[in-house]
Design a binder for this molecule. Structure first.
Ligand SMILES: Cc1cc2nc3c(=O)[nH]c(=O)nc-3n(C[C@H](O)[C@H](O)[C@H](O)COP(=O)(O)OP(=O)(O)OC[C@H]3O[C@@H](n4cnc5c(N)ncnc54)[C@H](O)[C@@H]3O)c2cc1C
Length: 585
């Protein structure tokens, strides 16, 4: 088995992975960085982000306000030292991107343009039309090409971490075009593998978001934190799940029920405001958890519109006018025409909530370090405790930058004065990883189909772990996921070839998704309260006395995950009431 020696290995070349790679290269050009990705970097999900990235830049805004919005939006489950650092670093990172060539939209006077976003009391979301993620990722990618120390391993599928002598010293990965497994011996590893929205059937997430990075760390003994918090985005297309960005509402789009009523006013999100002039923090600019929950209530009341794609509410942007829509929301117009045959200039578009983002992930401290020495994590796969129980739209893209960089600097710091790896011991570990794949290829007693197991997993997640949850439903989900994990041991690999074996990768991805789903459902069952995106019909109140704590799910092999708790860091904002009625700042 070939050995690739490097100083820092990074799993994932999306926004977080690329930002981390650049930071290592800038900190010390002599360090060899291996950037490993199962897709070509520009195909990472960051590319699909539409709306924009939040950072204080206008004179009427302040770090204090961005802090308060993030902490309140997260229902006080964010670690406040982390949020404080984040809000001050955010504008620096966005300006840094500007210097690297990111084409942010401009005001007429040449200053950076910002747009309103849900749960943000001031306009602070920087954007590049509605293709912000594309431009951010492109800027990072082209910048990374300047650094000869960054070696790319595109289309390499990461398999297992190599943990020896109590610390992480590399990983195994399969070169997808040849089927060859290679071992990366590294002094530190950063996981930036993205989210796991694909454990649900209806998601805005690209098909590659299967939680592989989270599962790798979890299996190596690192806890997954706050996994029960899954964000539904209120405005997805009802057939494909494609996202219509929050910028639709930021720019003045309104949500209507069957009667044509702006129903959000009935859910504590403020008075009606004139069309096209959104009142910040209210109505359509409420936070995602609240707006998605309001949809569920409208559905129960029979106020939704029945369409050929199922029950929906309507997103109306007609009053914005064609010129403005083409300037600010060109992709949204394209998507609605392509997938529904509806032109948003002429008609309101049917939408429904859709799984969008995982607040939880690999537990790290504010510097991106996990409890396993030598292992760091950043981006959506990590839970650094910025987003708490509900992420505010446009905080994630900036999180990739701020914490991609800081995880990288921590990794660089860690490797100073480390002894060289014990190659023989690492090779033995790598062979164990290889043996697992060989066993899959040679399995003759397989009885379970990958697609069958995956469908059952998605069905139970949708039915029992969605916008509203109950003890009964969650217990059913826990039991079913446990059973599916047992049955997964007998999954059949149909394709035995070595070249781009997509069957194999889907089998491996299913294993990762089942592990993430297990941590998620057990953590959700144990959290007997309603907070942010975790809403229980049987425990409707937030319970700070017992649950102002992060859940920490530990891997237990084929047994059910074990859940422990960690205190939330409160520096200056004691838990309060989330008020989106417009009168409260
Ligand atoms: C449609 C959509 C729109 C969004 N819009 C916004 C927005 O406007 N503003 C905002 O703030 N946030 C937005 N988000 C959220 C945000 O885009 C994501 O949270 C963020 O881009 C995740 O970045 P990442 O670097 O952590 O992961 P990703 O960009 O998902 O990259 C993950 C990387 O890990 C690699 N990887 C995964 N598994 C393996 C493996 N086994 N082996 C090797 N490599 C692997 C992948 O190849 C990829 O390179 C949006 C999300 C979606 C889905």
């Amino acid at each position: 088995m070939e050995i690739i020696h490097c100083d820092v290995a990074i799993v994932g070349a999306g926004g977080a992975g690329l930002r981390a790679a650049i930071a290592v290269a800038q900190a010390d050009p002599s360090l060899k960085v291996a950037l490993i990705s199962k897709v070509y970097p520009m195909r990472s999900h960051t590319c699909a982000a539409e709306g924009g990235a939040a950072g204080v830049v206008k004179v009427d805004d302040s770090f204090e306000m961005h802090f308060n919005d993030t902490v309140g939006g997260g229902d006080w489950l964010s670690d406040q030292d982390c949020v404080e650092y984040f809000v001050t670093e955010a504008p620096k990172e966005l300006i840094q991107l500007e210097h690297w060539g990111c084409p942010w939209n401009r005001e007429a006077d040449g200053s950076v343009a910002v747009r309103p976003f849900g749960g943000m009391q001031k306009q602070r979301t920087w954007f590049a039309a509605d293709k912000s993620g594309f431009h951010i990722l492109h800027t990072l990618f082209q910048t990374s090409l300047q650094f000869p120390s960054i070696l790319r391993f595109d289309e390499y599928f990461a398999l297992d971490l190599l943990v020896e002598d109590g610390r992480c010293q590399g990983l195994t990965a399969m070169e997808m075009r040849s089927g060859m497994i290679k071992q990366f011996h590294a002094k530190s590893v950063i996981i930036a593998g993205g989210g796991a929205g694909r454990i649900f059937p209806f998601s805005t997430n690209g098909a590659i978001k299967t939680g592989d990075g989270m599962a790798m760390a979890y299996r190596a003994g690192v806890p997954l934190k706050d996994m029960e918090f899954v964000q539904y985005h209120p405005t997805g297309l009802p057939n494909t799940g494609s996202l219509l960005t929050e910028a639709c509402r930021g720019e003045g789009g309104v949500l209507l029920n069957k009667q044509g009523r702006r129903y959000l006013q009935d859910y504590g999100m403020g008075p009606e405001t004139p069309l096209g002039k959104p009142q910040l923090k209210t109505m359509e600019l409420g936070p995602r958890d609240r707006v998605s929950q309001a949809y569920w209530h409208e559905l129960q009341k029979g106020n939704t519109v029945t369409t050929q794609w199922g029950e929906c509410v309507l997103l109306d942007m007609r009053h914005l006018g064609e010129k403005y829509i083409d300037e600010r929301l060109p992709l949204v117009r394209e998507l609605a025409i392509a997938y529904l045959g509806i032109d948003i200039v002429k008609d309101a578009v049917p939408i429904r909530p859709v799984v969008h983002y995982m607040m939880g992930g690999i537990s790290t401290n504010t510097k991106g370090a996990t409890i396993l020495p030598g292992l760091f994590a950043a981006g959506e796969c990590a839970c650094i405790s910025l987003n708490g129980a509900n992420r505010l739209g446009s905080n994630s893209l900036v999180e990739l930058l701020v914490f991609g960089k800081s995880a990288a600097l921590s990794a660089v710091d860690f490797i100073k004065d480390l002894p060289p790896p014990d190659t023989t011991k690492l090779e033995a570990l790598a062979r164990q990883s290889q043996a697992k794949i060989r066993e899959l290829f040679s399995r003759t007693d397989g009885t379970e189909s990958m697609s069958g197991l995956r469908k059952e997993m998605m069905d139970t997640m949708e039915k029992n772990a969605g916008i509203y949850r109950t003890e009964l439903g969650l217990q059913e989900a826990v039991n079913q996921i446990n059973e599916l994990r047992q049955r997964y041991q007998k999954v059949i690999l149909n394709d035995k070839s070595n070249v781009f074996n997509t069957d194999l990768f889907q089998v491996l991805e299913l294993g990762s998704m089942l592990d993430c789903a297990s941590a998620l459902t057990v953590s959700a069952l144990e959290r007997k309260e309603s907070r942010g995106a975790h809403q229980r019909l049987d425990y409707v109140e937030r319970d700070d006395l017992h649950f102002l704590r992060h859940s920490m799910a530990y891997f237990q092999g084929l047994e059910q995950a074990k859940v422990d708790y960690l205190d939330v860091v409160i520096t200056k904002s004691p838990p309060g009431v989330r008020d989106y009625s417009g009168g409260h700042s």
